[in-house]
Ligand binder design. Sequence first.
Ligand code: C2E
Ligand code: MG
Ligand code: MG
Ligand code: MG
Length: 285
Amino acid sequence: KAKEAGRNTRDYFNEDMNEDSRKRSLLEQNMYKALERGEFYLVYQPIWSTDGQNIESVEALIRWLHPERGTISPLEFIPLAEESALIHSLGEWIIQESCRFVKQLRTCFGEAPVEIPKVSINISSAQFLRGNVADILNRELAALSLNGTDILVEITESALMMDQKRIYSQLDNIVSQGIDIAIDDFGTGYSSLSYLKKYPVKRLKIDKSFIDDLVTDKDDQALVSGIISLANSLSLKTIVEGVETQEQLDILRQYGSPMIQGYLLAKPMTDDLLLDLLKSRLAQV
Ligand code: C2E
Ligand code: MG
Ligand code: MG
Ligand code: MG
């Protein structure tokens, strides 16, 4: 009887697995079509100086507007894309589209007496491992006569731990184009401070998970203030992600965090809305 129960459980399990993998491969096939049909788009979230005066950069974040399912989160489809070759065409599209937007910003505000925000692009570890991402960036910047200093590149902490030689040479090439590199999700991987010395990175993005309980959790306070002062003394810029409340912001000001990103100041928005926001701020100058 026990045997029977065991087999039943396993059958259920297999059915679930099959159902799950069917859904995944369907989504994966759909993604190829979606890219051709133009169902992906980028939204942009401002990254502010901590005094809230300046939008220093904007992070490009991908969305999928699925005809039946509506908007699908990158947390759902980026990991799937990373399991197949799709991440390469998708990643290339993300770079092209981000650069197109950089060009639009330059065209719109080039004459204005303001600093134009840099556009920060998330690059998947799979793209770094393939080894051609530096060339793609170079090509796209050149095609639109843009400078490396117009964009930023975000690499996750976990990607830094992979094929270190290959990652290093990509980063080195990217930096030589004048592009600053940020370590994304800092503190969530197996952080090793030696990476800060080894790789040519200029920025750390402290993960939202350290900020959620910042107001009450003494450990988070110690970690976040420690990371910020360490980064400051190494001349690395920190960006704190996921700032949602005024109390959190007040604490981060005390700690001397130079930049913040979060719903408190702005959610990710479409290119049109971001242009409107920048125009309205310009009108106030
Ligand atoms: P990430 O790169 O760490 O991006 C920050 C995420 O935090 C974004 O989620 C952003 O919307 C969210 N966020 C920012 N401020 C707040 C806040 O105050 N509260 C809350 N609850 N969330 C906040 P999003 O857009 O869903 O992206 C999730 C992740 O998907 C990204 O994390 C990144 O790992 C990946 N991703 C998104 N776009 C791209 C892309 O173009 N390429 C690649 N390779 N990955 C991407
Ligand atoms: Mg990011
Ligand atoms: Mg992040
Ligand atoms: Mg994150």
